[in-house]
Design a binder for this molecule. Structure first.
Ligand SMILES: Nc1nc2c(ncn2[C@@H]2O[C@H](COP(=O)(O)OP(=O)(O)OP(=O)(O)O)[C@@H](O)[C@H]2O)c(=O)[nH]1
Length: 253
């Protein structure tokens, strides 16, 4: 059974900061946000976790393998190097959606995202090391079949973007409400989904739903592991099997 550890990363009082004392240059905000994401992704990734940029002011990470002390170190390091600070909420559950909901509640209970007195709060619990198993995390790596031939080499870059985003939007909603899973666009035509214990039929159903609804054809590789990296790496290998064999769903276990 899965035990997903999810961390909500929220920049403290970011909205007011972007306009104080005057609105800040957009290119500078974009640069700061993407560097902050890169740093968090590297820190979490070095412990086997995955970080998703989501809305940039709120990021979502799968942090199985990171302790509360690791989270504190991340806060300290960002606080020392960036003009903003981070609040973090951590929670675990068999359902990634429930884990994120609990992690979010912890941060919300500590104060508003725009409360200038709420800084660097850290709430929640992590999985006990003794309880961790190789089935804690289930990751599905979706990809649009032949995106290059169907879209990238055929349409202008913006129309390609619309098609890919349509597939992502339908998949993210469906996986959230039908399968209790969290989907994140990670670039190109790829979406990584953090799942509870799902089976091949669930993925087939989701792929069918997206194709019927928005006419975007997907394939998916799925892996399990003790960390997001372990699960995600198996998922990548499974996706390679889809590409080699022309199959739509491959589970690597
Ligand atoms: N983040 C991430 N992006 C990837 C990965 N693999 C491919 N991409 C992105 O997806 C784009 C398209 O590559 P592919 O998915 O291999 O190409 P495709 O035309 O869809 O071909 P098939 O997947 O074989 O059907 C690349 O330009 C990358 O941006 C991955 O593992 N992670």
């Amino acid at each position: 059974m899965t035990t997903t550890q999810v961390t909500l990363v929220q920049i403290d009082n970011y909205g007011p900061w972007t306009v104080t004392p005057e609105p800040r240059r957009e290119a500078d905000l974009q640069t700061m946000q993407s560097r902050l994401f890169a740093d968090i992704s590297q820190f979490v990734g070095n412990h086997g976790g995955y970080t998703f940029f989501t809305r940039f002011d709120n990021m979502i990470a799968v942090t199985n393998g990171l302790t509360l002390e690791d989270h504190e170190l991340l806060q300290e390091s960002v606080g020392n190097r960036y003009p903003v600070t981070l609040s973090l909420g951590v929670a675990t559950d068999a359902s990634p959606v429930q884990a994120l909901a609990d992690a979010t509640t912890g941060v919300q209970n500590a104060g508003s995202a725009q409360d200038e007195n709420r800084r660097e709060c850290l709430t929640g619990v992590t999985v006990d090391d003794a309880d961790r198993t190789a089935e804690d995390v289930q990751i599905a790596h979706f990809d649009v079949i032949n995106a290059t031939g169907t879209y990238t080499d055929e349409l202008n870059a913006f129309d390609t973007f619309i098609e890919i985003e349509q597939g992502y939007a339908e998949l993210m909603r469906h996986m959230r409400y039908a399968h209790d899973s969290l989907s994140f666009f990670v670039g190109g035509d790829n979406v990584i989904v953090v799942c509870p214990d799902l089976e091949a039929g669930d993925y087939e159903e989701a792929i069918y739903h997206v194709e019927e609804t928005v006419d975007v054809e997907l394939q998916v590789g799925v892996g399990r592991g003790k960390t997001a990296h372990d699960a995600g790496y198996d998922a990548k290998h499974a996706l390679e099997t889809c590409r080699a064999d022309g199959t739509r769903v491959e589970l690597e276990w």
